[in-house]
Design a protein around this ligand. Structure first.
Ligand code: F3S
Length: 57
């Protein structure tokens, strides 16, 4: 399961550019989860996120 801590997200958008089918930048300027489908890509985004607010288990 992909999880996103919105409080911690700073809206850097790396996740959305790496995995546009999983993450999108929403009206609040932070990432939102739009799918649970691409776990492998989400794991890479979790590594890349500067504030480590994405978790995948
Ligand atoms: Fe937020 Fe991290 Fe994505 S800061 S916009 S969850 S890469």
């Amino acid at each position: 399961m992909i999880k996103l801590d919105k409080e911690a997200c700073i809206g850097c958008a790396v996740c959305a550019s790496m995995c546009p089918d999983v993450f999108e930048i929403q009206d609040d300027g932070k990432a939102g989860l739009i799918s649970q489908e691409n776990i492998d890509c989400a794991k890479e985004a979790a590594e890349a996120c500067p504030v480590s607010c994405i978790t995948v288990d």
